[in-house]
Design a protein around this ligand. Structure first.
Ligand code: CP
Length: 318
C-alpha cells in the first residue's frame, strides 16, 4: 500500500471530551473523514498506515463491548501501536489513583488516551493534567461523544442529511450520556430533537439543552423521522423510578404494533446493549427499519476519523 493521497484536516482536535459546544464544521469534518475510512474498512485488506508511530492507550474503567472493541479495531486498522489497560489485575486494586495510573503509563511514552469511566468529568480531569490527547469513550451520565458521532453518521448515510431531520430520543433521558451527546451534536447539525420517556427519567432542565420533552410515545413517533431508543438501566426499577418492566414496555417500549400504526417508515436506532422486550422488541430490533448493526460498523469508521484528527497526522488513504 502506498501513501499517495494526502489531505490535511481542516479541524484540529486537541481532545474529544464531548459534543457540547463543538462546531458544525468540526462534526462535518469528522463525518466526512469517517465516510472515507468506511471505504477503507470495506477493502480486502482494511488497513492504512495513518497512525504508524502513534501509541494509543485504552483505559476502560467501566464495562464495554462495542466501544472498547471498536476503538481497538480502529487503532489497528490505522497501524497505531496500542495497549489496553484492564482494571482487574492492575494496581488500581491496591488503591492507585486514576491520575497516578494514567501518568505512569504516560511516562512510558504514549500519545493518545482513550478513557471510559463511571465518573462524569473523568476525561476532562485527565485532559487538564496530562500531555496526551484525551478521547472520552463515555463518562458517567455526562457524554459519549463518539456514540453521538456514529449515530449522526448512520443517520446521514441512511437519510442523506441531518439538517431539518426530526429525531426522537426515547427512554431514560436523565441518566443517559448518549442522549446528551446526541442532543448537542444533532442540534449543531441543524436537526430537531425531542425526547420522550417517563417523567421520572426526564431531567428537569432538558429544555435548556434545546430538546422538547414529550410524554406520549405515539405522538413522538408520528413526529419523528428517526427514533434513537436508549437502554433502560434496569436498576431504575429497584430505585422506584419505573413501576415495572412490563408497564415500561407497554408505555414506552418500541413495539412492532406501534410502528405498524404509523403512516410512514422511520429509522430505528439503539446504541446497545439492548434489553429486548423492555425498551425495544426483538422484531423491531431485527426488523427492516433497524440500523442498529450499521451503527456498530460506523463506530469503527468514526473512531478512525477521530483518532486521525486528534493525532494531527496527514491522511494516507490509498
Ligand atoms: N454503545 C455503547 O457504549 O456500548 P458499550 O457499553 O458496549 O461500549
Amino acid at each position: 500500500m502506498t501513501n499517495s493521497t494526502e489531505a490535511k484536516p481542516i479541524v484540529k482536535l486537541n481532545h474529544l471530551l464531548g459534543l457540547d459546544g463543538i462546531s458544525r464544521e468540526a462534526i462535518t469534518e469528522i463525518l466526512d473523514s469517517a465516510d472515507t475510512f468506511l471505504g477503507v474498512l470495506e477493502r480486502p485488506i482494511p488497513k492504512v498506515p495513518s497512525l504508524r508511530g502513534v501509541t494509543v492507550a485504552n483505559f476502560f474503567f467501566e464495562n464495554s463491548t462495542r466501544t472498547k472493541i471498536s476503538f481497538e479495531l480502529a487503532e489497528k486498522r490505522m497501524s497505531a501501536d496500542t495497549i489496553s489497560f484492564a482494571t482487574s489485575g492492575s494496581s488500581v486494586s491496591k488503591g492507585e489513583t486514576l491520575l497516578d495510573t494514567v501518568r505512569n503509563i504516560e511516562a512510558m511514552k504514549i500519545d493518545v488516551v482513550v478513557i471510559r469511566h463511571s465518573a462524569s468529568g473523568a476525561p476532562r480531569f485527565l485532559a487538564d493534567r496530562i500531555e496526551s490527547a484525551v478521547i472520552n469513550a463515555g463518562d458517567g451520565q455526562h457524554e459519549h461523544p463518539t456514540q453521538g458521532l456514529l449515530d449522526m453518521m448512520t443517520l446521514r448515510r441512511k437519510v442523506g442529511r441531518l439538517e431539518g431531520l426530526n429525531v426522537l430520543i426515547l427512554g431514560d433521558i436523565a441518566h443517559s450520556r448518549v442522549a446528551r451527546s446526541n442532543i448537542h451534536g444533532l442540534l449543531a447539525m441543524g436537526a430537531n430533537v425531542k425526547v420522550c420517556g417517563p417523567a421520572t427519567l426526564m431531567p428537569r432542565d432538558i429544555e435548556t439543552l434545546g430538546a422538547e420533552p414529550i410524554f406520549d410515545l405515539d405522538e413522538g413517533l408520528e413526529w419523528c423521522d428517526a427514533v434513537n431508543v436508549l437502554r433502560l438501566q434496569l436498576e431504575r426499577q429497584k430505585s422506584g423510578e419505573i413501576p415495572s418492566l412490563r408497564e415500561y414496555n407497554r408505555t414506552f417500549g418500541l413495539t412492532r404494533a406501534r410502528l405498524e400504526r404509523l403512516t410512514k417508515e422511520i429509522v430505528v436506532m439503539h446504541p446497545g446493549p439492548m434489553n429486548r422486550g423492555v425498551e425495544i422488541d426483538s422484531d423491531v430490533a431485527d426488523g427492516p427499519y433497524s440500523v442498529i448493526l450499521n451503527q456498530v460498523t460506523h463506530g469503527v469508521a468514526v473512531r478512525m476519523a477521530v483518532l486521525y484528527l486528534i493525532s494531527g497526522r496527514e491522511r494516507f488513504v490509498e
